[in-house]
Design a binder for this molecule. Structure first.
Ligand code: HEM
Length: 131
């Protein structure tokens, strides 16, 4: 079983001497890697001892980049209230709720005038027929 890294332990590794970052609920020791990082050391230092999942995914890292991670693995992160990890699905489901609400709103924008138009023609058709 892999080691569990606590929030307190993660927080102790945020200087250039020892840097841990959190990606997808796993903790990585990137101390040696930062000098080799093609994206520079500052970006990783900015995520030191934090949940870097979003930053890491936003860049669209290659499979090679992901393969490097496994050599730096320290262990699984022990989730606490102090630092909630952000699974991609949370923001996705939030966005999709918003999106469907927006879409429903814009569907109504078309539906209402069309229904009024339909009612108008129906009324004309029936009132002409009865004349
Ligand atoms: C331990 C974690 C990380 C590893 C192993 C890693 C690895 C790599 C690798 C191999 C590349 C070259 C392109 C590729 O293969 O995708 C790269 C590029 C890059 N990385 Fe990371 N990276 C890590 C974390 C981060 C973080 C936390 C950021 C924060 C924003 C970041 C930002 C970037 C940027 C901006 C580039 C593009 C550089 C360029 O093309 O000029 N990386 N990374």
């Amino acid at each position: 079983m892999s080691k569990l890294v606590t929030f307190a332990e993660l927080k102790q590794h945020k200087t250039k001497d020892s840097i841990y970052i959190l990606i997808h609920e796993k903790v990585y020791d990137v101390t040696k890697f930062i000098d080799e990082h093609p994206g520079g050391d500052e970006v990783i230092l900015a995520e030191a001892a934090r949940d870097a999942t979003e930053a890491f995914e936003d860049v669209g890292h290659s499979d090679e980049a992901r393969a490097l991670l496994k050599d730096m693995l320290v262990g699984d992160f022990e989730k606490t209230d102090e630092l909630k990890t952000k699974p991609a699905s949370t923001s996705f489901s939030h966005n999709s709720t918003v999106n469907s609400a927006v879409q429903q709103g814009s569907n109504m924008m078309y539906f209402v005038p069309l229904a009024v138009l339909g009612a108008y023609f129906a009324w004309r058709y029936y009132s002409n027929g009865s004349l």
